[in-house]
Design a protein around this ligand. Structure first.
Ligand code: EPZ
Length: 424
């Protein structure tokens, strides 16, 4: 029963010590679906997107598209989006605050309706999340930007291609500038662009509907402006972070897992680290297999970096694994300012971790014990599930709504793979 005004947060109850074994199919990538949904606004036509995960963040983006005037229909994991109607240029504050990555709508709205109004997304669980690089790039395309009272107003009578150099290979800034340059007159070059696979997926979708984009995955992305776009159909790439998280679940419990629908290339930084920790990983008949040792080895240093470096979204899950590995490891979080919030809860479970700014020193313990812990952000929550799976005794994990943002029914999948985990 939901008490009025009281937000009852769901919990996971996990009995540790069970191996994770079996087969799992990995779904489409959250961080690919979000910018591609925004991109559908550009065409004013119909887009059919397959393998869209059923996640809170994706449903929020669908709500935003509907409020802006798009018609959106979900049929299982396929979403049909028709953006032929009148499109609003104001993104509702309440929805931007619920999901800061809605900022990627800025570039899409500027391209489609030549103006946009959106509130500053503000910080989130893992850091201040500025958008200075987004705005600097958009201004170079000729966008007039005014900021007042926490709101950004953009006008762009005519967008002109530009040669833009990003001070940092920001994923969101690359996506926003890319979306704003599709109709810009002439050529746009984005230098020091983010190389994450999700950028490549966005490029592929844009080209399917008639844009002229090349270079995604390299340092420089080139866009030739076009006049209009068409209908399109696209299947989202598999989620490399969800895949890495399930691999870590097997590794944390000494289990053996087969993962289907994997893009091996995208998984390389994660595969390398798990092999270094003692896992055996091989690819056979289109599936990836991981077999884990009884106890993982520590690694001297793990440094999170932009792709193709080790992904920051896997930092928390790997810290959970290293908490029980043999030896001492150092984790350096170079991407976000405040992404060690899961450490205090791991310490409750017996982990020996010292954090100093962006550095965590992890002295592996032979055992962790179940405890009452709380998810404080999406990937930190997932890390605590992994710790609970391998801890002795019962772990009660609060605020699992954080985890719903990025993992579809993770407790049901883990149950099918042998875990003793229930959601209440
Ligand atoms: C995307 O966030 C992902 N989100 C994040 O995944 C991911 O961790 C991140 O890229 C890095 O890979 C989505 O794709 C929806 P950034 P984004 O811009 O675009 C600084 C998850 O768990 N920066 O590459 O916000 C920024 O402060 C989420 O799925 C500026 O300084 O990442 C950060 O320190 C979490 N100015 C760094 O760059 C700017 O204008 C990386 O941010 C933009 C960014």
């Amino acid at each position: 029963m939901q008490l009025p005004g009281v937000l009852l947060l769901s919990k996971y109850i996990i009995q540790g010590g069970r191996e994770i074994n079996g087969v799992i199919r990995i779904g489409g990538a959250k961080n690919s679906v979000l910018p591609i949904f925004a991109a559908t606004i550009l065409s004013g036509r119909k887009s059919i997107i397959h393998d869209c995960p059923i996640l809170k963040d994706v449903e929020i983006m669908i709500d935003i598209l509907k409020v802006l005037g798009c018609s959106v229909k979900r049929e299982g994991h396929t979403v049909i989006i028709d953006t032929s109607g009148y499109i609003e240029y104001e993104v509702p504050d309440i929805l931007v605050r619920k999901m800061r990555s809605s900022i990627v709508l800025l570039g899409a709205l500027i391209s489609r309706v030549k103006k946009a109004k959106i509130c500053f997304p503000g910080g989130c669980d893992i850091g201040p999340r500025p958008i200075d690089l987004h705005l600097k790039g958009l201004e170079q395309l000729g966008v007039k930007i005014n900021e007042s009272h926490g709101t950004i107003y953009c006008e762009a009578s005519d967008l002109k291609g530009a040669d833009i150099h990003l001070d940092y290979p920001s994923v969101g800034a690359t996506e926003n500038i890319l979306l704003a340059s599709v109709f810009a007159k002439g050529t746009t070059t984005i230098r020091n662009a983010a190389k994450e696979p999700e950028i490549g997926d966005l490029q592929n979708f844009l080209n399917i509907i008639g844009a002229k984009v090349s270079g995604a995955g390299t340092n420089n992305i080139r866009v030739e402006g076009v006049k209009s776009l068409n209908d399109g159909e696209h299947t989202i790439i598999p989620d490399r972070i969800v895949a890495g998280t399930y691999m870590a679940a097997a590794a944390s419990t000494g289990g053996n897992l087969e993962l289907q629908n994997i893009n091996v290339e995208h998984m390389q930084p994660i595969i390398a680290k798990l092999k270094e920790m003692g896992c055996d990983i091989y690819f056979k008949d289109g599936s990836m297999h991981i077999t884990s040792p009884k106890r993982l080895r520590a690694v001297d240093i793990v440094r999170t970096l932009p792709y193709p470096g080790f992904p920051t979204d896997m930092q928390a899950p790997i810290v959970a694994l290293l908490s029980k590995a043999k030896g001492t490891s150092i984790m350096i979080e170079t991407v976000f300012e405040n992404r060690f919030k899961h450490v205090e809860d791991l310490i409750c479970m017996g982990a020996n971790i010292k954090v100093d700014g962006r550095i965590a020193i992890i002295r592996g313990r032979s055992r962790l014990t179940g405890a009452n812990v709380t998810a404080r952000d999406l990937r930190g929550g997932a890390a605590l599930v992994l710790a609970g799976l391998s801890a002795e005794g019962t772990t009660v994990l609060d605020a699992v709504e954080h985890i719903d943002r990025g993992y579809e029914d993770i407790h049901l999948h883990l149950q099918q793979l042998g875990a003793d985990i229930v959601r209440i």
